[in-house]
Design a protein around this ligand. Structure first.
Ligand SMILES: C[S@@+](CC[C@H](N)C(=O)[O-])C[C@H]1O[C@@H](n2cnc3c(N)ncnc32)[C@H](O)[C@@H]1O
Length: 175
């Protein structure tokens, strides 16, 4: 399954820390790319450093218009999965989404415009209470991949972690 993420409604500076975490979760939980229409260059630099040290070719792409992106993804046959507290319960749609070949997960920052709800293939709620795009994204990524994302190897890493019961073990990645 190819998974990409679209962050909309980001307010530069005010939302930078949250947006950085949305990008970090996307990368660490198996998405290949995140699209944003406002981007602080520091977020790109942070992710580039993480890729260089810990591997993967996770990408951040700046886009002019998220509406145009949604339109072109739909034409390509990508299924749009919008995360919203008003949507269908994740428990009832996760197995259907897990069978899709390509998905684009949309997360908001501020109020999300109505057309996103109307044009999405799935409006998915992680509980019907307001919380955070970081937690909603992490839970959905985990549910649709069944934890498998934590078994995959991140290519071209400089360092790798040897999981240990106590302490920290970090070694050069020679594979
Ligand atoms: C701070 S919330 C904004 C909520 C806002 N009141 C709205 O109308 O969408 C930012 C984003 O977090 C995600 N989110 C928050 N709570 C959620 C939930 N219970 N289920 C799914 N996504 C959620 C949504 O993607 C939302 O756009």
């Amino acid at each position: 399954m190819t998974i990409e993420v679209l962050r909309i409604g980001q307010r530069v500076v005010r939302d930078d820390r949250v947006t950085t975490h949305v990008a970090l979760v996307s990368r660490a939980f198996g998405a290949s790319k995140i699209y944003m229409n406002e981007i602080n260059p520091e977020i790109k630099e942070t992710l580039a450093k993480v890729n260089k040290t810990w591997g993967s070719s996770f990408e951040i792409e700046y886009i002019q218009s998220w509406r145009a992106l949604l339109k072109s993804k739909k034409i390509e046959g990508v299924k749009i999965v919008h995360l919203t507290m008003y949507g269908q319960n994740i428990n009832s749609v996760q197995s259907k989404i897990a069978k899709e070949k390509k998905i684009l997960i949309v997360v908001g920052a501020e109020k999300v415009p109505r057309d996103v709800y109307e044009n999405s293939d799935y409006n998915v709620a992680v509980g019907n209470q307001p919380h955070s795009e970081i937690s909603a994204l992490a839970i959905v990524l985990d549910r649709i991949q069944n934890g498998k994302q934590f078994e995959s190897k991140f290519e071209n890493a400089r360092l790798t972690i040897i999981p240990t019961e106590k302490g920290k073990q970090v070694v050069p990645d020679n594979t």
